[in-house]
Design a binder for this molecule. Sequence first.
Ligand code: SF4
Length: 338
Amino acid sequence: MRNVREILMQYDFEKSRVKEFLEQHKAKRAAVQLPSGLRPKLDEINEAFDEAGVELVVMANSCYGACDLADGDAELVGCDVLIHYGHSDMGLKTRLPTLYVEARSLQRYNEAITFALPELRFNKVGLITTVQHVGLLNLLSSALLERGIEPVIGKPGPRAKYPGQILGCDMGCVRNAKADAFLYFGTGRFHPLGANIVAGKDIFSLEPSTGALTKISESGALIRSRRAMISRGASADNFGVVVSTKAGQARPSLASHLVSELRRGGKEAEIVVVNDLTPETLGDYDFDAHVCTACPRIPIDDAKRFEKPILTPFETRVLLGKANFEQYEFDEFKKSDF
Ligand code: SF4
């Protein structure tokens, strides 16, 4: 059954821009990639392709971010362009001309904002959000100013495109904002938890569809669970260090470095290459523990799905006595990792 919220949500699918792009590239067959939340909108998205007389091909594998482009598969099945919806361009080289349609939210949120903001009692509040809502940051800034609160919108990090835009692997906009607390406008707990760890400040999460404001205070519990994960990993002898073949998640240099460190630390370690890192892809191998150099969300959000311990790169260094757990580091991507 479709998620009611997804049916009600409206997004800007930039029909004219898509049609211009198709025409510009004289496309005959266009690959379309959608994150799961936008998949029920395929009919609406298809209108642009119908009107342009271009065949739409659905690339239905996972699509977690702009890190996860299906350009290679699209080329293989004879597509001449790729249209990637729901994420902003992070500058990856692609095998096909690629258009990013960010699918900005068209909802009006004035009411949610008006009700939520009086609960914020700080002098300077950093504003962070996902690409769907970056267009709302001006409205949020004005609403804060009206209440005598100075809004701060941090410059983006290397993988985000817009000031205030947060990614699970790039918290640059948090790091670059000098604020007393942060307001996250969006859904899910991963981004605000990450921001809480990175900034060490209170994070308030404003859920767009319900207007509910929640203070994120679970990072203590998250940190405790990660300490327990490292303890479980410490008794492992044999590590699979996982590298993803998703172009924007592949960190082979980091993985090689971690394999060397693990071996120097008296452990056995091999590089394991996967596309999607899931318990099923690793299931038949006999590693005692895994290290994830793919998307940083996996070892945190999916930890319970993995039977064996799954560690982040930082946690692996803690296990080897090369980093201090008390200065816990969120796994953000660095140039030198690739
Ligand atoms: S690596 Fe993960 S957090 Fe980063 S953009 Fe991709 S899906 Fe998002």
